[in-house]
Write a protein that binds this ligand. Structure first.
Ligand SMILES: [Ca+2]
Ligand SMILES: [Ca+2]
Length: 138
């Protein structure tokens, strides 16, 4: 899993190069950061939009498949700007079902039998400064 629980800034954009759909990888969004998303659990399909910007009022996670850019928009089509928070490999077929929302992702416990796909990224480091040591396998 890839955990997003640090403040979203231009210096904190994660580059995810090995996201495997169907391979158990998920993106975990912490409600303390993504507070515009209502409710925990799998992201509601109505809050997920494929494109370059929000299309309606309940869109929160905007995914541009052509570029792999993943944005958070706190108010959908409202006036607040969307914020780029991660980039996946262009063409990754990300869906709402790949995204989980939790009240406290940092308290998430590793699942027994979890595979090497379960990786937490140390978001205290700027993405460009990430080293192998910033990735924790569990
Ligand atoms: Ca929508
Ligand atoms: Ca907006």
């Amino acid at each position: 899993m890839f955990i997003f629980d640090a403040a979203l800034t231009a210096a904190n954009v994660d580059h995810i190069t090995d996201f495997r759909r169907g391979g158990g990888d998920t993106l975990e969004l912490d409600l303390s950061v993504f507070s515009g998303i209502s409710g925990a659990g799998v992201l509601d399909a109505s809050a997920f939009h494929r494109g370059t910007s929000a299309a309606d009022a309940d869109d929160r996670i905007i995914y541009d498949k052509d570029t792999g850019n993943l944005f958070y928009d706190a108010d959908g089509v409202g006036g607040a700007d969307q914020v780029l928070f991660a980039t996946l490999e262009a063409g990754t077929n990300l869906t709402a079902g790949d995204i989980f929302v939790a009240a406290n992702t940092s308290a998430a416990q590793p699942k027994e039998g979890a595979g090497v796909a379960d990786i937490a990224i140390d978001l205290t480091q700027p993405a460009e400064a990430l080293h192998t040591a910033d990735f924790f396998l569990f």
